[in-house]
Design a protein around this ligand. Sequence first.
Ligand code: XLS
Ligand code: CA
Ligand code: CA
Length: 437
Amino acid sequence: MAYFNSINKIAFEGRHSKNPLAFKYYDAEALVLGKKMKDHFRFALSYWHTLTGGGADMFGQATFERPWDELDGLALAKARASAAFELMEKLGIEYFCFHDLDIAPEGNSLKEKFENLDAIVAHIEALMKQTGIKLLWGTTNAFSHPRFVHGAATSCNADVFAFAAAQVKKAMDITLKLGGENYVFWGGREGYESLLNTDMALENDNYARFLQMAVDYKEKIGFTGQLLIEPKPKEPTKHQYDFDAATVLGFLRKYNLQDHFKLNIEANHATLAGHTFEHELQVSRINNALGSIDANQGDDHLGWDTDQFPTNIYNATYCMVEVLKNGGIAPGGLNFDSKLRRGSFELEDLFIGYISGMDTFAKGLLAAAALVEDGRVDTFIKNRYASYQSGIGKSILDGTVGFDELTAYAMDNDQIVNKSAKQEWLETVVNDVIYNV
Ligand code: XLS
Ligand code: CA
Ligand code: CA
């Protein structure tokens, strides 16, 4: 059964098109720096916002009008899966990602939950075969149900730790069965509200124990995909353990897990942490840990995780500069961890949201490629550090001097001359490039 009958496959019509249901910049097969646009991104649909989100917020009920909402149980789950694949095919999106809870009903026991998952996975597998659409990553929702009130792997209750482990095991099995290329851990409720009731050291150790079990299980079942951790600083808990990229990298190194995990960086999680998106991407990249990207944006005037479809071309440009410098994002991708505003409740708004996000990133990719080719920014950065290419700077890099030698050098060179950082000029270079692509 088709759900979007009035909407045809979305075509690329070029930048002068005024058709809301057409791409203006995203031309999947077009080559950028010798690679197809679609392969730069590996765009993925996020199942939770797109299929299960209804637009409810803490003050009001769901508003979205969805034809599958008449159904419930497994029939609803199957209808949503069929709708997801129709949507992806029409948008030309080749990957999807999901939480276990997004695709199948919870049931009344763990056994029932697993049975529901098996039933729906068979349906999804058939849709994947039929369409050629692939799984970017699977994950587990270990944060919504009341049992996770105190966390999952960091819960004070060992029964919850065990339940979460069973859930992750099953979700990893499914990810393997569906040929998923990554498996994501987002900390959900792994954090705390008050130290008055929290043993932080034990919670941290347990979180590491849990992740080590996931690594062991991955090896046991022969899952060769990438394991990813997604940093987020707050929401739902006040102090999330996976605060930002640097915190997660420090945690992984403390527990000797750094060779097994890369990072899934989300745009608005970066801004909630007080960083820019590109900061988080670059911290990951220079630590050889950039694994995948959740592409969305927050609202400049709201301090929470609004998960909006990305429209900010500067952010998309800086993001794609990082992706290009990373040599691409595969086996990760760019998933739209984005949802519609509550007032955008019509079915076609789903298409408009994705088109807008894909066009924003396409424009960002073109600008990023132009910026790299233009070379003015990279050349400026290189020259800014020229003092390390010879003389005393080179000795510092070579490790041939210490405080004594540097003091002797500084005695004769204490009249320091610095040069301007030229930020305003560099910002006009970026504008110049963006305006002209
Ligand atoms: C929540 C996270 C979540 C993860 C997957 O803020 O973004 O959606 O991506 O659990
Ligand atoms: Ca996310
Ligand atoms: Ca988010």
